[in-house]
Design a protein. Structure first.
Length: 151
């Protein structure tokens, strides 16, 4: 008798619970396992490159700001007769630089990409030829590398 009740009542309870009354689909509250990363808006991309000019003006006028925007130890590549040499400059050895054209000093800006800018320093009628490589990293511009290609 107990077996008959189990076979009749249990399926009846299950069937009565399968009605369409106010059910929420299971997928309604399920969030996707991954989201697509948002693409940089055109304006944000332009802000990266246009902000270099603002950064560069302040880099040349504020010595404290300049030191905080140099990636230390600064890699310096020097071209020599015996071959190229790589040196590293520590923060305590840093001397403030002015990368502004005046007199025989010539500075040329080369936009390599939206996040890379090369400033070429030359002195007229001499063999001085130094590249300053800036990168946009971690939300700010940094001087990351120097390369001396001079004579």
């Amino acid at each position: 008798m107990k077996k008959i009740i189990l076979f009749i009542i249990v399926p009846a309870m299950l069937l009565s619970g399968c009605g369409d009354s106010k059910k929420t689909p299971v997928t309604a509250n399920v969030k996707p396992a991954h989201k697509k990363l948002p693409k940089l808006k055109r304006q944000q991309q332009e802000n990266i490159t246009s902000s270099f000019d603002e950064f560069f003006a302040r880099f040349n006028s504020d010595s404290v700001y300049q030191k905080t925007h140099v990636k230390f130890p600064l890699r310096i590549e020097v071209q020599e007769e015996k071959g190229d040499t790589v040196k590293y400059l520590a923060a305590k050895e840093w001397v403030n630089v002015k990368l502004i054209s005046k007199g025989t000093d010539i500075f040329t800006k080369e936009q390599i990409s939206k996040t890379e800018v090369n400033i070429l320093y030359q002195v007229e009628d001499t063999g001085v030829h130094v590249n300053y490589y800036f990168y946009y990293e971690g939300g700010k511009w940094l001087l990351a590398n120097l390369k001396d290609d001079g004579d």
